[in-house]
Design a protein around this ligand. Structure first.
Ligand SMILES: [Zn+2]
Length: 73
């Protein structure tokens, strides 16, 4: 029984560290945002660029909304 828990914990640990590595990797890759929105070409606020965003605020909320719509179906 204890062995099974150990195996489960080890699996969770490796899953978690893999996920963390992926997040760190993508974070370091996308430190550069886009100056202009890749959807509509509008200027992207500097604060968003620094966070690595490539969409202006309206397009970002639009794409979030679309994602939410798709998730419902
Ligand atoms: Zn836009």
């Amino acid at each position: 029984m204890a062995d099974e828990i150990d195996i489960a914990n080890a699996l969770i640990d490796s899953e978690v560290s893999r996920a963390l590595n992926k997040i760190r990797q993508s974070a370091s890759q996308s430190t550069e945002g886009a100056k202009f929105c890749i959807e509509c070409g509008d200027g992207v606020p500097e604060a968003r660029q620094k966070l690595g965003f490539k969409l202006c605020v309206p397009c970002a909320s639009e794409s979030e909304r679309r994602k939410a719509l798709f998730a419902d179906y």
